[in-house]
Design a protein around this ligand. Sequence first.
Ligand code: NDP
Length: 449
Amino acid sequence: MLTNEYLKRVYAQVEKRDGHEPEFLQAVREVFESLELVIDKHPEWEKNALLERFVEPERVIEFRVPWVDDNGNVQVNRGYRVQYNSAIGPYKGGLRFHPSVNLSVIKFLGFEQCLKNSLTTLPMGGGKGGSDFDPKGKSDAEVMRFCQSFMTELYRHIGQFTDTPAGDIGVGGREIGFLFGQYKRIVDQHAAGVLTGKGLTFGGSLARTQATGYGLCYFSAEALKYLANTTYEGKTVVVSGSGNVAQYCAQKVTQLGGKVVAMSDSQGYIYDPNGVDLKKLFDIKQRRRARISVYADEVPGSEYHVGCRDIWNVKCDIAHPCASQNEMDEKGAQALVDNGCMAVFEGANMPLTPEAIAVVQKNGLLYSPGKASNAGGVATSGLEMSQNSIRMSWSFDEVDEKLHGIMKNIYKACYDASVECGKPGDLMLGANVAGFLKIAEAMLAQGVV
Ligand code: NDP
């Protein structure tokens, strides 16, 4: 509940203007609730209309993306780029290709991205983009033609000092390659820093593919150590999703001694009491691009269940939601609690509904929001840009070590802010406050812009 008059007033204004954007409202509300604890110390925010400015993206671009499918039919999708806030650096944030993409989703992701990028300590502002295009079931040639058309509009809005997109749901190495190829062709420059998540032969960084999932586990390991005096060793873990973040989260959990017993895609989930065979899973998802149900067809002793939301009924010690926003509701969170789960660390962006967060926190589970625990992806994108600028490539271990250090620092920043707010260990509060304070300071220093 919001009690501060200034926060209430700005939130009411957002509701009035953007009431038709539920995901955006949800993200703003969560952050405002955290800011309640510090707002009295910052009268300058109201004086400078700082929050009014922060809830308004600096620029929203929406565009037509026409392309021709393999049958010669013309298709039209809608493209977006929300350049949310550039106070601490050029806009940075992924592109999502998924049928559920709309302006509300892209604005919430851009808003969250600003706070996340601030937490990494690297000089990156926040942005996000994408399209309602669905790469699933499309041929490589169709994906290429779509990406070329998308970039034919996007190129004029981006640049290494302006806005530097990366991947997200539905945008992996294949799509980034096609997007970069078209950008390079149009501007006639190999400006590698304009996109991150590139292939290793043209400016990509080692460990970027693994970074979000690995970083999630590095962050979670810190929380387990300092808040519960324990580790992943011997823990049973459920990881939702089976895309980039989920795959490398599962791999790092396994390396750290945990056992991943369930994973999902948007159709259903698999349960493997022996621990998910990641070689098999990677083959199904990365090479064959097949449904996760194939896993149960091919691995004796495992089961497939239709319906991805029921994955939270699987008994576990630690849950890593790594699929999409609002994938865990109150019922899912309660099932975890009833089964004795001790921690929920988010890999996806905003995967828990506000009601699910309330259940998790009320029952004393450890909890971290995606904007803190999944920040390893964008942090390593920042490291990719550094390598592009100095025209060098660091080794896998060098990048991984830097990523590990960054995740430890993010944990510490969140924890320290939670202490300052009088709620030690409330990492959601800590992430929102620590992330916002830096942006606020930068915005104030730059005047009314
Ligand atoms: P991928 O496209 O690689 O994988 C997404 C996975 O989630 C797939 O298994 C997909 O299943 C499943 N999924 C997608 N939408 C839904 C849905 N509505 N309900 C249930 N399952 C769904 O994406 P990523 O792994 O890159 O991203 C996953 C999450 O992590 C997103 O929230 C993203 O914003 C966040 N993230 C990603 C980063 C990155 O570096 N990639 C960085 C930081 C955050 P299916 O194949 O059936 O669609």
